[in-house]
Design a protein around this ligand. Sequence first.
Ligand code: GLC
Length: 451
Amino acid sequence: MNNKFKIGMILVLLLATLAMQNTATAQLKAETAEQKSKRMEWWTDARFGMFIHWGLYALPARHEWVKNAERMTNEQYQKYFEEFNPDLYNPKEWARMAKEAGMKYVVLTAKHHEGFCQFDSKFTDYKSTNTPFGRDVIKEYVEALRAEGLKVGFYYSLIDWHHPDYTIDDNHPQRQVSDSAYTRLNKNRDMSKYREYLKNQVRELLTNYGEISVIWFDFSFPGKHGKDHKDWGSEDLLKMVRTLQPGIIIDDRLDLKDQDGGWDFESPEQYKVEKWPTRNGKKIAWETCQTFSGSWGYYRDENTWKSTPQLLELLIESVSKGGNLLLNVGPTARGVFDFRAQDRLRSMGEWMKYNNRSIYNCTEAPAEFVAPANTLLTYNPKTKRLYIHLLSYPMGNLVLKNMGDKVKYIQFLHDASEIKFSKGDGQNNLNLELPVQKPPVEIAVLEVILK
Ligand code: GLC
């Protein structure tokens, strides 16, 4: 190679890199609201996804924060790494169960706060391939999901309680009380090295496994002994993410809430929103993540499990306020879903099989429709159908206020059987004749075909 050619090549590479960075910046800032909702359309249509928290914490089986709660050192936690051997791991089963429950996408912890990696990263030895199990969990998971037509998501913990350069903070198992103790412990830790590590790993995840539809970063906690976007290099990280996977959907925990394009959806955790969340007066995309019981990781002795009707109500209510539900499973250290989770998923799937038309592609109903007592409304803007979910089944009749001139036909959704109605009292109300007996579905849904 002559020198001129070499210089030419270097220039071309440099320009290409610059161009890539520019596109990334553009993607962070200059997407229109229409472009954004187009990019997120499959996700808002899907409404229902599965979260999976699975790591070494499945072995102690007492919360994914166990290392923190019991203030364990890396040495004390090491036994779980040495025993990690989930012989029944079969992500095809996981994918099948998610699909049968009616879920359209899945988000699995590639790394949780404990720092253990479920993928064959070049940048650490602390990974599944180095345990007795020896397999790349993520790789098999991705393949299984794709085979079922489910969208693939990764959760990646910004927090890392194992990495030697990750500085001790308020949320760390070795947290301290005095400033001087923090200074002493962090003397030889270098966050810039950790930042590089985190970026390298995210690059691996978004390069080695094909198209990734969702990435879930978790989480920032600004403050004196906390961590914020500067610690993670959030902006830089996000630009890389958008460059590697232009279509990807990103949560809001990178501490870039004030940045245009710094996040795609709000992620209320374990609580029901009062109404459709807004920012600067505009309704925003949101997804609530929820557990079946209190913990995200497998917790053998935790007994506060939600019932199927409660879970269905959570799903319906989220859609009725324009949001998604990401429902979490914590597989055991054998690699299977907790039997209680399997049971709930099965019954939710049973309901979804006959009623998913009131969930997929649906959203909050227009304000002109008033929900009767003990009901939740959803609405499909394309088919212009309104769905009335009867949370507590009424006795014999139901009145729809102010809808006398709007309705063409009404049926039960699960069996498409006609519901007769009449204009009752001279006002613009409709009186619906319902069978006295509740139909054999957990929550009965009326499908209202509008004029
Ligand atoms: C919290 C917890 C974490 C869990 C996450 C899910 O931030 O730290 O354990 O993964 O919520 O949203």
